[in-house]
Design a protein around this ligand. Structure first.
Ligand code: MN
Length: 258
């Protein structure tokens, strides 16, 4: 059985029927294809699901992927909005923070991508730079809009911490990454380790030591599946989901001595 991996939805209006009453909770095909390509079965976690139902939906998953998207409401880390803050989605924030906290406390595999990595940090009490260009002296260019750059544009290298889950997953200590963020992790939440940095020092990946697989990357590996190391990263995540499922499925049997 392939592991079932929940992706929290992005909210947008359907292009064809674009209208305020055509609100879509969906996922970009690149994320779905990356999960499928790595051997997982993706399902979309809709927004506007009540807390109990969200918990029930989450319980059936073998892993969770929090994709990229817009900015988090800085109220979640007790800051006033920066002038460059983009549009926020309180329901998406609440849904993702809830699911991330479940996965972190349950030891269920979790992969955060771009915004998803930021949600992981904020979920455990960390903070964000709301706008790197104005808040981080000496910063490199991290924002590469899709209107100007292909999604697979390699923007900068990242140095990966030795002997981290990320290093094992990628299989190499330095990788070139795409970069489409104007926010980044500022104060790391307790319980996370920074495991990759850009040359300017910006945190590009975090993970939770002791958790089977809780990793957040600031770049977009779903757009880089032509690169062996990025394919390996998705495979490592899906494999952790498979392992977790095996453990969950086998434990009730061993409890009754079968
Ligand atoms: Mn970057």
């Amino acid at each position: 059985m392939k592991p079932l991996i929940g992706l929290t939805a992005e909210r947008f209006s359907s292009g064809y029927f674009a209208a305020p009453d055509r609100d879509v909770h969906g996922a970009l095909a690149t994320y779905l294809d990356a999960v499928l390509g790595a051997g997982g079965l993706p399902v979309i976690i809709p927004l506007n699901v009540l807390a109990d139902d969200l918990r029930a939906l989450y319980a059936r998953l073998d892993g969770v992927l929090i994709p990229g998207g817009g900015d988090l409401d800085p109220a979640h880390f007790n800051e006033a909005p920066h002038p460059a803050l983009g549009e926020i989605d309180p329901v998406r924030d609440r849904t993702e923070l809830t699911v991330v906290r479940h996965a972190l406390s349950d030891g269920k595999p979790l992969l955060g991508i771009c915004r998803g990595a930021q949600v992981m940090n904020v979920a455990l009490g960390g903070t964000l730079y709301q706008d790197l260009p104005t808040e981080y002296p000496g910063v490199l260019r991290h924002a590469h809009p899709v209107s100007e750059f292909p999604r697979q544009h390699l923007a900068h290298p990242v140095q990966v911490k030795e002997e981290s889950l990320l290093a094992r997953s990628l299989g190499r200590p330095i990788v070139q990454v795409n970069s489409r963020h104007h926010q980044a992790i500022k104060q790391l939440a307790p319980g996370f380790a920074a495991v990759a940095r850009a040359p300017d020092g910006v945190i590009e990946a975090i993970e939770r030591p002791g958790h089977p697989f809780a990793l957040g990357v600031q770049w977009h590996p779903e757009n880089l599946q032509a690169l062996p190391e990025m394919k390996a990263l998705l495979r490592a995540f899906v494999e952790a989901c498979r392992e977790g499922r095996r453990a969950t499925v086998s434990s009730p049997r061993s409890a009754v001595g079968a």
